[in-house]
Design a protein around this ligand. Structure first.
Ligand code: GDP
Ligand code: ZN
Length: 293
């Protein structure tokens, strides 16, 4: 076989090799061409020269759409924010923070309420009653009963996705369900062979319907992006239309009079809890601004 060039996606970097999947879903074990500068990440789209059946040389990294830092992964299209219907009780503050981080990184969020075989607790009901009605993508699943898994697979199709959200909400179980592993046997984690929180190698798993999911949660929620206080609502798609009605163009929707967003909260178009979470985010952003001055 002569040398052949392919375009592919890096699934993982392991033991000095890069595992590159081409459009036909073949996977090649590649070494790096010496001249490549900088790190090559899972999620990178690359050009590789193939020799032998399953071996190649990674020649070039194509420009990235984006990059997450912890874990390092490139070209993420979608973050699946997993909360549980119950056990643990969802954190709305964390949900809103993750939504902000998703929008800030230009990654589309999908809000997923797992464990829908359990009775919804009050916070879960608040999620269900608000976010889908104001335009956020939303799915309910039960990893254990395998409900909603097809819908989730459809949502990830052709995309690179990462999970985010508190531990115990079912992210590993969902990953296993997506990969078609029987989670009752817990064969899963053995098959994937990862110890929780010790993962250093990110791996993208190709899904049966197409698309890829990372085996480690994305986003470090403690990292606050350098946002200006006036721009915080840019990352709140449900606030945008009301901000147009603020009297002051530099309104941060806190102490100002005649504020479109505060009016929307009074009318119930924006939920009070969402606004309060916004205010706490705004305070944090303002404190950061002070630090950087
Ligand atoms: P992770 O920490 O987010 O990866 O969560 P795990 O996947 O480890 O799940 C935490 C616990 O919740 C485990 O005991 C799972 O068996 C359980 N679990 C996961 N998905 C579901 C579900 O859909 N329904 C119920 N009732 N339990 C679930
Ligand atoms: Zn305002």
């Amino acid at each position: 076989m002569g040398e052949q060039k392919i375009e592919g996606l890096v699934l993982k970097n392991y033991g000095g090799f890069y595992y590159v999947q081409d459009q036909q879903k073949n996977i090649y074990e590649c070494k790096l061409r010496g001249k490549i500068k900088g790190q090559v990440l899972a999620g990178d789209k690359v050009i590789a020269s193939i020799f032998k059946d399953d071996k190649g040389i990674l020649e070039k990294v194509l420009p990235r759409d984006n990059q997450l830092y912890r874990p390092k992964i490139a070209n993420v299209d979608m973050v699946i924010i997993v909360m549980a219907n119950d056990k643990p009780e969802p954190s709305l503050l964390l949900l809103d923070r993750l939504l902000l981080l998703a929008h800030y990184n230009n990654i589309s969020p999908l809000i997923l309420l797992n464990k829908c075989d359990l009775t919804a607790n009050e916070k879960a009901t608040m999620i269900k009653d608000y976010y889908p009605t104001v335009g956020f993508n939303f799915i309910m699943t039960s990893a254990i009963m395998r409900t909603g898994i097809n819908q989730l697979s459809e949502a990830i199709k052709n995309k690179i996705a990462v999970f985010a959200g508190p531990s115990g909400t079912g992210k590993s179980s969902l990953l296993n369900s997506l990969l078609g592993v029987d989670i009752k046997t817990q064969e899963v984690s053995r098959k994937i062979g990862r110890g929780k929180h010790t993962t250093r190698h990110v791996e993208l798993y190709p899904l049966p319907l197409g698309g890829w999911i990372a085996d480690t949660p994305g986003f470090n929620v403690l990292d606050m992006p350098p946002i200006k206080s006036q721009d915080v609502t840019t990352y709140y798609p449900d606030f945008n239309q009301y901000a147009l009605e603020c009297q002051f163009s530099n309104c941060v929707h806190c102490k100002e009079k005649d504020c479109g967003i505060k009016r929307a909260v009074e009318n119930g178009d924006v939920k009070e809890f969402r606004y309060q979470n916004y205010i706490s985010m705004l305070k944090e952003v303002k404190e950061n601004e002070r630090c950087y001055k």
